[in-house]
Design a protein around this ligand. Structure first.
Ligand SMILES: Cc1cc2nc3c(=O)[nH]c(=O)nc-3n(C[C@H](O)[C@H](O)[C@H](O)COP(=O)(O)O)c2cc1C
Length: 205
């Protein structure tokens, strides 16, 4: 098998342009704190300032989505960038749980091509989370909106039937700072077998 084909199968970079980003990677120890901090401090933001999101920031968000992991590196996602107030208004009216989309200066719809992957929800969700986290790291806020009536929204956005709408992320500069709690690790974690709480870590209750 030729070198490039094999590298494709393994999901490895095939040319210099693709390897450029690798040279910019910082050592893990240097970024660990920032990444963990970003994961812990990201919140769902549903109130936004009117300030628009600049195109270079939108591009960074899309880059984050593009570099999400996917099953067998299928990269089955497509992103629709939505800033048109009329389209946002029409979509937000179709949501039960996302009327605030109307107030967000930016929305990104995450769409997955069902012919490219057997795991559309998993692949699409990871791309959406990457965008969500990137938004937080850039000082933006975002919220996942579940397309509970996907038919109508897909029509508004012109999404073909063969593609699955995973979420629409409402994005903008935060106008709120909500707090959230999480269940304790002692409730969530077992060692070796489900139900066994005895292991090398003792979690705080
Ligand atoms: C799969 C999924 C669907 C969600 N759907 C909605 C939604 O339709 N509307 C909404 O306001 N928030 C939605 N959220 C946001 C959750 O309510 C939020 O993540 C959760 O309350 C935890 O808060 P946090 O994100 O601030 O940590 C969704 C989140 C996920 C992961």
């Amino acid at each position: 098998m030729g070198g490039i084909k094999l590298r494709n199968l393994l999901g490895l970079p095939v040319n210099h342009r693709e390897t450029q980003h690798l040279q910019k990677i910082r050592p893990a120890w240097e970024i660990e704190v920032e990444v963990l901090e970003a994961i812990k401090t990201r919140r769902s933001i549903r109130r936004f300032k009117k300030e628009p999101v600049a195109p270079d920031l939108i591009e960074k968000l899309l880059e984050a989505g593009r570099w999400a992991p996917s099953s067998a590196n299928t990269q089955p996602w497509e992103f629709i960038v939505i800033t048109d107030p009329e389209i946002k208004k029409r979509i937000s009216r179709s949501f039960n749980f996302g009327p605030f989309l109307n107030e967000a200066p930016l929305a990104i719809a995450v769409v997955v091509d069902r012919f490219r992957t057997a795991l559309p929800v998993q692949d699409g969700s990871l791309a959406a989370y990457a965008i969500w986290l990137a938004a937080h790291s850039l000082g933006l806020g975002a919220c996942w909106i579940n397309p509970n009536i996907p038919g109508g929204i897909k029509k508004i956005l012109g999404i073909p039937l063969t593609k699955k709408l995973i979420t629409i992320l409402a994005i903008g500069y935060p106008a709120e700072a909500p707090l959230k709690t999480r269940r304790n690790l002692s409730d969530l974690v077992y060692f070796e077998k489900h139900g066994n709480k005895k292991g090398p870590i003792t979690f705080k209750e």
